[in-house]
Design a binder for this molecule. Sequence first.
Ligand SMILES: Cc1ncc(COP(=O)(O)O)c(C=O)c1O
Length: 388
Amino acid sequence: MAEQAAGVWGAWLAERARVRHRRGLERAARGLPEGALDLASNDYLGLSRHPAVVSAAAEAARLHGAGAGASRVVTGTHPVHEQLEARLCAYTGRRSALVLSSGYAANLGLLGALAAPGTHLVMDAHCHASLVDGARLGRAEVTVVDHGSVQAVAAALQSRVAPRTAVVVESVYSVLGDAAPLAELATLCAGRGALLVVDEAHTLAATPGGCAVAAAGLADAGHVVVTATLSKALGSQGGAVLLGGAGADALREHLVNTSRTFLFDTGLGPPAAGAALAALGLADEDRIARLVARSAQVHDTLAAHPFTSARVERGRGAVHSVRMDSPERAAEAAGRLGEAGVAVGCFRPPSVPDGVSRLRVTAHADHDADVLDHALHQIATTVAEVHA
Ligand SMILES: Cc1ncc(COP(=O)(O)O)c(C=O)c1O
């Protein structure tokens, strides 16, 4: 029996590996190559190794333990979680916050809890996998609309009469780095009685003002629900749902009672919560302004370079995409750059919703402008070489 299972599963695994190889879609777990310039990680503000952040993590471990010990509804809520939730509210101008173990868990937990029968979810085609999976977790009706199109959202809202509707977008999309028109979408949703769910994974502490929803004047809009990660600009680990308006407490209560990733997952580790708390104190306007300047340098240099000008997307956030002609060329370019000491991201299906493979170049606040300039020219040259 055991041999039969090994045969069946072994054959299937071998077939899946062959398909991945044929399509140029093999991946491996990897870290930042020793000494490489980091244009690949999401540590936008360089806070993951900041001494104050690291010692806050150690202090939280000393006070509360290395792990939370249980789900947050059993014994896993520690004072550091409550301090972090209060600090997140102060930082973003939202009324109420719920911290979960990752940004992925925040999206899964929120959408799973909203997507009951009778809910219609209208999702942008470029929504992150965690939002897609959250929608799948519930039994809502889902309409996927053209990326970035307010008209398509309006048409989807018009086309269905559902008891409850929520529109799901990202403030800055992780693949193209472009921004959603939050103010327009919020007005549209308000007029239709719909919630607007905004994943701020790429903008919390990474956009002027620290929060895109607040910057759009929506911090206290009750129909706008924010999810975020603590593992990108804040350099830690974890996720959050951030709520505004008079209904904030009722929605938080609903999540505490029904969100599967809040109920059935061990609470965020105290060291990560402590680190995020310290990082929020450091993610000030000066640091964010440095990130914005380096990000503009990445975009402007690649957009002006003859080898990449036709390949860069219209990025608004810290991530910038360079379209490649095939997954193999994307992997080849990322590999060559890694060997040359420049670490860039390599996005291939299924991480790219439109099937176009890309290099992803991520700006960091602490990069030296000259070093970055040199690396950007190396990237442009390598892109040209692999397409020659
Ligand atoms: C848009 C978006 N949402 C959610 C997540 C998940 O966040 P985390 O890494 O904290 O699970 C990511 C991370 O890649 C992301 O890019």
